[in-house]
Design a protein around this ligand. Sequence first.
Ligand code: MN
Length: 497
Amino acid sequence: MSQRKCVSYRVLVGMEVHVQLSTKSKMFTGVANASGALRPGQAPPEPNSAVDPVILGLPGVLPVINRRAVEYAIRAGLAMNCRIASFTKWDRKSYYYPDLPKNYQISQYDLPLCGEGVFDLPLEGGGSRPIRIRRAHLEEDAGKLLHEAPGGYPIEHSIVDLNRAGTPLLEIVTEPDLTDGREVAAFGAELQKLVQYLGVSEGQMQMGHMRFEPNINVHITDQDGQVHKTAITEIKNLNSFSVLEKATSYEIARQIREWEQTGSLGRKSTFGWDDSAQATFLQREKEEAHDYRYFPDPDLPPVTVDDAWLERLKGEIGELPAARRARFERMGLPAADAATLASSRAEADFFDQAVAAGGSARRVANLLLAHGRRLANLKATTMDRLGIAPGRVAEIAAMIDANEVSASGAGGLFDRLVESDAPARQIAAELGLIQVSDSGAIDAAIDAVIAANPKPLQDYRAGKQSAIGALVGMVMKSGRGLNPKLVQQRLREKLGG
Ligand code: MN
């Protein structure tokens, strides 16, 4: 029988995230950024085609800093409220592996470009929780080692594809402020939205644009009130949110179970995730920083960031998603709608423009979230590229608010406006969507229906309230485009009187 019992526990998870930046060229050379700049649906280039003497680590070549990559990293840092270093440098992280032929990775060791910051993690019920950012630095990605030939041919040796080597990477490290698998996955998803919003990464998980490494340990309180802290384990290279959640939850439970069964707090080590076993597995005991022999790269000058540059980059970012979300809520949108619209820069801009053109905020939001998104999905594009101007959406919104068109008729109108430049009112009329709000016409329709169908009226007078629904339905069917609200209102007045 076990003497150890976990009575309560506290989970501490810190995250390391590698984000591929979507610059045109690689981090330290002008060759195409074949991995980070690849968009969904785009075919990857031939293996080893995005390669040059710098990527190959040939003698006599020198790296050149990609200014755009530095700017993207600063943008992300600013958005996470980081302190941006006015002076930063580059370091070599030595290791021997064929995926990076020069045998070191250029990274930033003691002077990261972005220092302490805070990421506001939105909570499901509204509000947010601050997750502290320890640092974010720039480095280069490695190539890919393949142990199976493309096309499934057996091979006797491993082969390497260096297209990914030298891709600009932003490594973001958080403090251990996350507390369970769900929150870890939510953090990943919010960070994805942020880098996409900022336009610094395509952020496609299945394309490896973002890789997550949760660092996990647990403070266990036993039956005597003693606290036992497990050793930190890191799960490497997770690139889906569901796996991120599952692997983190598994590792938390594994650490507690191991302590209860053996009394061991484990050792600092690295784990992988085995998807077929749905379990983490030990890869190696964790290496220490000194194993990498970090030293300043003599081939690269330091980077100085002055205030003017910083101010310009702040201007490029504009309003951040969190501020936008809050503003949309103040405009009267429900929290969920505000969050959805604010998470995409293109959609948020479109919404702002439609409201500026005179549409009421809630009506415009409803139109965009229902019909704009539906059409964009259908056409595999984004709302701003559908071909409908924001002012036209404002027109539809105004027609619904004026009861000229029903909210249910708006979808058809929206679809047609995407294809036509004619005025919205004209198209609505062509589609038979203009509602009859003339009370004379409505009264005549009501009288005709009642005269032809005395039964529902008798039922209603006998106390059957629901009979009015049947009457409304009959009146609506008898004439085209009658305003249902008015039909109901006039019917009640007539029957009540
Ligand atoms: Mn790294």
